[in-house]
Design a protein around this ligand. Structure first.
Ligand code: SF4
Ligand code: SF4
Length: 127
């Protein structure tokens, strides 16, 4: 779909007073967010790929970077959260099902923290 735009979840905020165009962030970002624009001699960012891992922030030698939660999100209603609307938009635009591995972005109970490991079997007879 042409001109399909969903506001990114995170904003890359680069302080131009601190940035020295060293391109360390280009090398360190696992998602290819940062790039150097040779024509205009400046750093750019494709924020739609950012996952807020903070790696570029940690490696930036001049502390020029901040990753902030984007305040420009899709409007919520009583029935639809902005997350749900965003996922539907993306699936409609790409025709794909959005899957991710490891962890959950939603608030779910951590059942591991509620387990009681009972070591009674080490006694004979069991307690
Ligand atoms: S690592 Fe920091 S100083 Fe270097 S280009 Fe990126 S933002 Fe600029
Ligand atoms: S926070 Fe992570 S994903 Fe986002 S720009 Fe920095 S290194 Fe890339």
């Amino acid at each position: 779909m042409k001109n399909f735009y969903v506001p990114p979840q995170f904003e890359v905020v680069r302080d131009p007073q601190r940035c020295v165009n060293c391109k360390v962030c280009v090398e360190q970002c696992p998602n290819g967010v940062h790039r150097f624009d040779e024509t205009h001699n400046r750093m750019l960012a494709d924020e739609s790929k950012c996952v807020d891992c903070q790696r570029c922030v940690a490696y930036c030698p001049t502390h020029a970077l901040k990753i902030e939660k984007n305040r420009c999100t899709l409007r919520e209603s009583a029935n639809w959260s902005s997350d749900a609307v965003e996922e539907i938009w993306k699936q409609a635009a790409t025709g794909g099902v959005l899957l991710s591995s490891m962890g959950s972005p939603k608030e779910l109970p951590v059942y591991w923290d509620r387990l009681l490991l009972n070591a009674s079997q080490v006694t004979n007879p069991p307690i």
